[in-house]
Design a protein around this ligand. Structure first.
Ligand code: NAD
Length: 459
């Protein structure tokens, strides 16, 4: 047996040892899913919707225990764990409300003797390879529309959120989704690679750019429908007409929420020189006020890092920034264990020669750079291989629109950041990904449009 050991990142304690799926086990699950999918697709949409409605009720009923598990397994502070579960509900509601309209057959031409119709068919069997930082969000962004539209799913949660992944599957099964239609695939990268070797019809991946690239390479010869939701290096720009305190508090939350482990965390900040010093003062004050501690404590805002390995990545960015003359305003390094702790760290006098301003940090570390005006800020915001989100702070909507129109990113924000809506597509450009989730497009992503040309012969 391949064992997968799950640790509590706050304490280092072992929480569980799971049996990981090896390649033959993954292949057997894929065969079962393939056999089960047509009957699931043949069931009525009302039937599949009823399953997801019961799943929603199960999440609500078990909210507190599920939040506790999420916190214990990933180190996410308990208030944020509850936020994630609460935030899942409007996503479920959106999918339930929209799926019928979005997947209904369409007649696009009706002339005498000729009709053209579009039918939305499920892809078939899809693989959902997922990340750990918001396991309910990223797991369900794929699982729910995939199941609603009649697909079978092989779901590999991250090895750092396997217990939560197991709960998601348990609740979906309890809600009536057949066990053969939704199968958990347990394990790390090797198990993920074994899953990619199966003859699936679609791969929906959420994770880092490096792994996403490997996933794309391993599928390149097979022309499998592929979607990649990857990382970012998301910028925020504060104009001189913005209120420095309000902008600092918003961006500090965007940078430090979930210890910076959000795909759309604010990772770079540019501030107009006219208000730079005031902004920095408020920003440091806001971060200083964030309470670090036991993630199960109601008052905790900053918990541990989920992965021990990320401490080294952050330390290397900090050391590089210091070596190149950045000014440390707060924090600056790992904290003593047990568990994976890193101090909330704020730098000023940074530039794009530093890894801190180029590579995804995925931790509570941020650089603030002084700029002379909009042109410089825009050029710096676009000086990245990523393109997930970007934000501008100014009371002037016209100015924000001009700036944000020039930014290459999947989502743009005016006077806000780190925000996801079920009604809007979630996508990245450049190294932030391919394809999208959420919105009505994120339901259609799990279907294949079949074109019908219908010519009647008059008798
Ligand atoms: P990761 O790339 O380390 O792992 C993601 C998944 O891929 C895991 O389930 C892992 O087991 C699996 N995997 C690893 N090697 C594999 C292989 N060779 N073949 C197949 N699967 C393999 O990422 P992570 O640490 O879980 O997640 C953090 C990253 O995810 C960050 O970069 C973050 O920005 C990104 N993310 C993006 C979004 C988004 O919506 N764009 C959302 C959440 C997280």
């Amino acid at each position: 047996m391949n064992a997968l050991t799950v640790h509590n990142p706050a304490t280092g304690d072992v929480l569980a040892t799971l049996e990981a799926d090896d390649a033959p086990a993954v292949a057997a699950k894929a065969r079962t899913a393939r056999d089960a999918q047509p009957a699931w697709a043949a069931r009525s949409l009302a039937d599949r919707r009823a399953c997801i409605e019961r799943f929603r009720a199960g999440v609500v009923a078990e909210r507190e225990a599920l939040a506790h598990l999420l916190t214990t397994e990933t180190g996410k502070p308990i208030r944020m764990a509850r936020n994630e579960l609460d935030g899942l509900l409007p996503r479920i509601d959106f999918f339930l409300e929209q799926v019928e309209r979005v997947t209904a057959d369409e007649t696009v031409l009706a002339q005498e003797g000729l009709r053209e119709r579009i039918q939305h068919l499920p892809l078939g069997v899809v693989a959902n390879i997922s990340a750990w930082n918001y396991p309910w969000f990223v797991g369900c962004n794929v699982l729910l529309p995939a199941l609603l539209t009649g697909n079978a799913v092989l779901y590999k949660p991250s090895e750092f959120a396997s217990l939560t992944g197991r709960e998601i599957v348990r609740l979906l099964h309890a809600a009536g989704v057949p066990h053969d239609v939704l199968q958990p695939v347990v394990g790390g990268g090797e198990t993920g690679a074994a899953l990619l070797a199966q003859p699936v019809h679609g791969v929906f991946f959420t994770g880092s750019h490096a792994t996403g690239q490997r996933v794309a390479q391993s599928l390149a010869g097979r022309l499998v429908h592929l979607q990649l939701e990857l990382g970012g290096k998301d910028p925020g720009y504060v104009c001189e007409d913005a209120d420095p305190r309000t902008a600092a508090e918003s961006l500090a939350d965007g940078a430090m929420y979930n210890a910076g482990q959000s795909c759309c965390a604010v990772e770079r900040i540019y501030v107009h020189e006219a208000i730079h010093d005031a902004f920095v003062r408020h920003f440091v004050e806001a971060v200083r006020g964030m309470r670090r501690g036991d993630p199960l404590d109601e008052a905790t805002y900053l918990g541990p890092l989920t992965r021990a390995g990320q401490i080294g990545v952050l330390q290397a960015q900090v050391d590089d920034a210091l070596a190149q003359g950045a000014q440390l305003q707060l924090g600056g390094g790992a904290l003593p264990g047990p568990g994976n702790w890193f101090d909330a760290t704020v730098f000023t006098e940074v530039h794009h020669g530093m890894a801190l301003m180029r590579e995804e940090s995925f931790g509570p570390v941020i650089g603030i750079q002084r700029v002379r005006g909009d042109d410089e800020a825009l050029a710096l915001m676009n000086d990245t291989r990523y393109g997930l989100t970007a934000g501008v702070y100014t009371p002037d909507e016209g100015r924000a629109r001009r700036l944000l129109s020039g930014v290459r990113a999947g989502s743009v924000y005016w006077n806000c950041c780190d925000r996801v809506s079920p009604r809007l597509p979630w996508s990245g450009v450049g190294d932030s990904g391919l394809g999208l989730t959420l919105s009505t497009y994120g339901i259609q992503a799990f279907t294949r449009p079949k074109a019908w040309h219908l010519r009647s012969v008059s008798g």
